[in-house]
Design a protein around this ligand. Structure first.
Ligand SMILES: NC(=O)c1ccc[n+]([C@@H]2O[C@H](COP(=O)([O-])OP(=O)(O)OC[C@H]3O[C@@H](n4cnc5c(N)ncnc54)[C@H](O)[C@@H]3O)[C@@H](O)[C@H]2O)c1
Length: 438
């Protein structure tokens, strides 16, 4: 056996996939995994299930499927659990979310009906537009302890060897890190003092890390992206990552913008707007919650285009983003992008993108990959922020000393090289010296 490969503990036994928030994204993810297991669907959009990696020199013509290269948990070994203030089982929640057709859901009724959310740590202060009765009671410290008990109880009951947590709950109101977020000691003091500035998602992250479980954040809220939680993850040797699944318009932005920049084309403006009618859209209709999303969406272009390095091309760039809650569309978002670009001798051009996408269909494979890669990171002994998973996030969590990397293709190279490294394969630098020197 390869000496490097043996350093990653094998994926033996069951893996608990714990999901705070069992709405559209979470149920579409679970339904998809069950459909793949039952041979009713293919895992389209998932790198862990479908992608191949080139290995060695180009002249070797050697490729491997990611799941054959690194030891990943098998879909058959995943056990799903979660929390939601709305007590619907996963089948009912999926039916209400109306992402999947009733015919599709009917075939998956049994496994979905068996999944019932545990009572959530929920506070309307952070998500105004939701009402829920399936909610825990207690002080912040007690709530964190109850989550720890839930995690341990779930793993015991389902005989799970390991667990991973992926936040799929609503986007919380905007918050910047305050004094209580600056160190683990300050955070724990605030926890004991029942501070109103500790959001529910931070209690889930704290509970996961306490149990030694990787925590990946699919929404843009602060959650684990502040010094105290990073310190805690480092101390406990736990992998964390976030924020905000990269789907829809931001995915398109991080595909198109690096291409335009690579050709040194200028940009005067990028106007993005969309209509969305699911519960996520309803929550984001509240300005405090939209602000969290807006910050996440806006950061992308600045970093990719580097206006400070290329003032002649991007100095005056106007970037606008808006989201409109429009019920008739449900989960089937429609996005419009108008990009004003500038070419040779300053001549203007326009690009229009009209993306009729399905939000949860794009997000579900990301949840799967994050769960499997998060678990891989744990078995490989990787702790703290997992920047190699930036590929999946709109605002990638990063070390304080560096800027986040948004370019999808740079992110992809980073992810692939990380996998090659884990199994002792040569890292690819695209110099081409392998064949030109022959
Ligand atoms: N679908 C996408 O393309 C996409 C992309 C990026 C990010 N996201 C984010 O993923 C999250 C889920 O999206 P969705 O479409 O499934 O939304 P959704 O509204 O259908 O589901 C979210 C669920 O979270 C529950 N919830 C709220 N607060 C909770 C708490 N404190 N604890 C446990 N559960 C809680 C809600 O009751 C709801 O059932 C949202 O934050 C969204 O912004 C989605």
């Amino acid at each position: 056996m390869d000496p490097f490969k043996s350093r990653v503990t094998p994926a033996e036994g069951k893996l608990a996939v714990l999901l705070p928030g069992m709405g559209a994204v979470a149920t579409t993810f679970i339904a998809g995994v069950e459909a793949v297991k039952a041979n009713l669907a293919r895992p389209i959009g998932s790198l862990t299930q479908m992608a191949h990696l080139r290995l060695g020199k180009r002249s070797e013509k050697r490729w491997a499927k990611i799941k054959d290269l690194v030891p990943l948990a098998r879909l058959e070994d995943l056990v799903f659990g979660g929390w939601d203030p709305i007590p619907d089982d996963a089948y009912t929640a999926a039916a209400k979310a109306r992402v999947l057709s009733p015919e599709h859901l009917a075939q998956l009724e049994a496994p979905l009906k068996a999944i019932r959310p545990m009572p959530a740590v929920f506070d309307k202060r952070w998500v105004k537009r939701l009402e829920g009765q399936n909610v825990k009671k207690g002080s912040k410290r007690e709530l964190a302890n109850q989550l720890v008990q839930d995690i341990r109880g779930f793993m015991d009951k389902n005989k799970c060897a390991r667990a991973v947590m992926v936040w799929c709950a609503s986007t919380e109101a905007y918050q910047e890190a305050g004094p209580e977020h600056q160190s683990l000691a300050a955070f724990e003091k605030a926890l004991d003092a029942d501070s109103p500035d500790i959001a529910p998602s931070q209690l889930y992250a704290y509970a996961a890390i306490s149990c030694g479980i990787p925590y990946l954040n699919g929404a843009p809220n602060l959650s684990a992206d502040f010094p105290a939680m990073i310190e805690f993850a480092e101390k406990k040797g736990v992998a964390i990552g976030g924020k905000d699944f990269k789907t829809g318009q931001t995915l398109m932005k991080t595909i198109i913008a690096p291409g335009l920049k690579a050709r040194m084309l200028g940009m005067e403006g990028w106007f993005s707007t969309n209509i969305l009618g699911n519960r996520d859209g309803e929550v984001l209709d509240d300005p405090a919650n939209f602000k969290t999303k807006e910050v996440s969406k806006l950061s992308v272009l600045e970093q990719i285009l580097e206006p400070e390095r290329y003032p002649e091309l991007y100095k005056d760039l106007q970037h606008k983003v808006s989201i409109h809650y429009y019920k008739p569309r449900g989960d089937n978002k429609e996005g419009w992008d108008n990009i004003d670009i500038v070419g040779w001798m300053g001549y203007p051009m326009q690009i229009k993108v009209n993306f009729l996408c399905r939000d949860s269909i794009l997000a579900a494979p990301i949840v799967l990959d994050l769960a499997l890669f998060g678990d891989l990171a744990a078995r490989a002994g990787m702790k703290g922020i997992q920047e190699w998973l930036s590929f999946y996030f709109k605002s990638p969590q990063h070390a304080a000393s560096v800027y986040p990397e948004h370019d999808l293709f740079v992110q992809k190279v980073r992810l692939e090289n990380n996998l090659r490294y884990l199994v002792g394969e040569e890292l690819i630098n695209y110099l081409g010296s392998d064949y030109t020197n022959e």
